[in-house]
Ligand binder design. Structure first.
Ligand SMILES: Nc1nc2c(c(=O)[nH]1)N[C@H]1C(S)=C(S)[C@@H](COP(=O)(O)O)O[C@H]1N2
Ligand SMILES: [Mo]
Length: 436
């Protein structure tokens, strides 16, 4: 069921031990081998009840009747109904489709977000776009303005890449003086990872031919918010893509069907969904969507004009708020790390509110600008502890403390918050969000 496993793996095969031994960054206190060996014995004595003398086992009801037939499109087990993205609108009365929904990180594993649980952020709802009528125009400072539809666009060579998308407002709740009590998803669920397939934007811009003075690209969406963002040309010529597929199928309506701009590692707002126009210009547009929001206000009253690249970040998804540790002993701590600057190179874990740190194991393959799963065998002896994770990326950026980050801005600045998340575990096993 949707609750994470809290008992230990009972079967430890020689094969799994060999594989585990190849994993780097073992904790000096508790190695994977010891974890697994102790896990097996603990499971045999107390948890899970694997060591059974008798070979008797009931034949369950579902083995006595034929199963359900095939389905044209699959959905998760009916027992997983609780795994949902919670949504909220700040304008429930006038515009209920303006708002966001969040990925429930605490209920998920691995690194790819199921498409149906990818977070959503809509400035005026999801348009119902007929793909046969949708057009993409490239114009402005180009030699040949070009108009594409889905069919003509699909003639270009495509690439598949695994990238996260994260809203600049993700984790903003933690900017409040009093730590909000919510799950990993409620607090940090405006970030998700998919495998995106599409056409490198550089290819399309080269096809149109860049004219003299070209410096920026103004991207516009076909929703009734007509979302507009300005993107430096260099990013468009680097790793930007026009994504047509998400996790192997057409991009979901909520994610920009039939095409969206994807700017790997940059704030989600710039990844314009339902993309309809790209205008090449010599300067930014200063659109409503980039001046009324997403500019970080500093104590001297000046706001940073643009913050494109998202900071290095991590989050412990287990144990986290919403579960309660119901026994002392061994657990596998796990979570996600990502950076807008590139690959994650290291994640460290502290259980003393940041005084001492030890390395977690990173699970490969580690993709650039993508979720990376980390794990660490962790023993809880029943004392009150504060658990934190701290990520470091390949460019050497270190995830900051809340104190270090927030001191750069006015109190409550709730954009681009990427500082360390602290989970306090009380002696009774209950878990809360704390500011350290
Ligand atoms: N056209 C359009 N593009 C948009 C938006 C929008 O409302 N309209 N929302 C933006 C914001 S604020 C974010 S964080 C991301 C969210 O992408 P997702 O809904 O696929 O998670 O899309 C961006 N692109
Ligand atoms: Mo956003």
């Amino acid at each position: 069921m949707s609750k994470r496993r809290t008992t230990l793996p009972a079967e430890t095969t020689a094969q799994s031990l060999r594989t585990m031994d190849n994993v780097t960054a073992l904790s000096p206190h508790l190695t994977r081998r010891r974890f697994l060996a102790r896990g097996a014995s603990v499971a045999g004595i107390a948890a899970g009840g694997i060591a059974t003398g008798a070979a008797a086992q009931e034949v369950p009801a579902w083995m006595k009747t034929p199963g359900a037939p095939m389905r044209a499109y699959g959905t998760p087990s009916s027992y997983e109904k609780a795994v949902q993205r919670p949504s909220a609108s700040g304008y429930a009365k006038v515009s209920p489709a303006t708002g966001s929904s969040r990925t429930p990180h605490q209920s998920l594993e691995g690194t790819i977000t199921p498409s149906g649980l990818h977070f959503e952020r809509h400035h005026n709802g999801v348009p119902d776009i007929d793909p046969a009528k949708h057009e993409l125009l490239i114009h402005g400072l180009v030699n040949r303005p070009l108009m594409f539809n889905l069919a003509t666009l699909s003639r270009y060579p495509m690439i598949s890449r695994t990238y996260f998308v994260e809203c600049a407002g993700n984790s903003g709740g933690n900017s409040q003086a009093k730590p909000p009590q919510g799950t990993a998803g409620a607090l940090h669920g405006l970030a998700s990872t998919s495998e995106w397939t599409g056409i490198p934007l550089s290819l399309l811009l080269n096809e149109a031919g860049l004219a003299g003075g070209a410096q920026w690209v103004i991207a516009e969406g076909a929703d009734s918010a007509a979302m507009v963002r300005s993107v430096p040309l260099a990013k468009c010529m680097d790793d930007a893509m026009v994504a047509l597929y998400q996790n192997g199928e057409r991009v979901r309506p909520e994610q920009g069907y039939p095409m969206r701009l994807l700017l790997p590692g940059w704030e989600g707002n710039m990844c314009v969904k339902w993309l309809r126009r790209l205008k090449v210009t010599d300067g930014p547009a200063h659109s409503k969507d980039e001046t009324s929001k997403y500019s970080d206000l500093q104590p001297d009253g000046k706001a940073r004009q643009f913050t494109f690249e998202l900071g290095v970040k991590s989050l412990i998804t287990f144990p986290s708020f919403g579960t309660r540790l119901d026994r002392h002993g061994l657990y596998e701590l796990t979570g996600l790390a990502w950076s807008g600057a590139g690959r994650i190179s290291r994640v460290e874990i502290s259980e003393d509110a940041g005084k001492t740190w030890r390395d977690a194991t990173l699970q490969g393959p580690i993709h650039t600008k993508s979720f990376t799963r980390f794990r660490l065998p962790w023993e809880w002896n029943g004392n009150a502890v504060v658990l934190q994770s701290r990520a470091i990326d390949e460019k050497g950026h270190v995830q900051p403390t809340r104190q270090a980050f927030t001191s750069q801005y006015i109190a409550g600045m709730n954009y681009h918050n990427h500082y360390i998340q602290s989970w306090a575990i009380a002696a009774d096993g209950s878990i809360s969000n704390v500011h350290v």
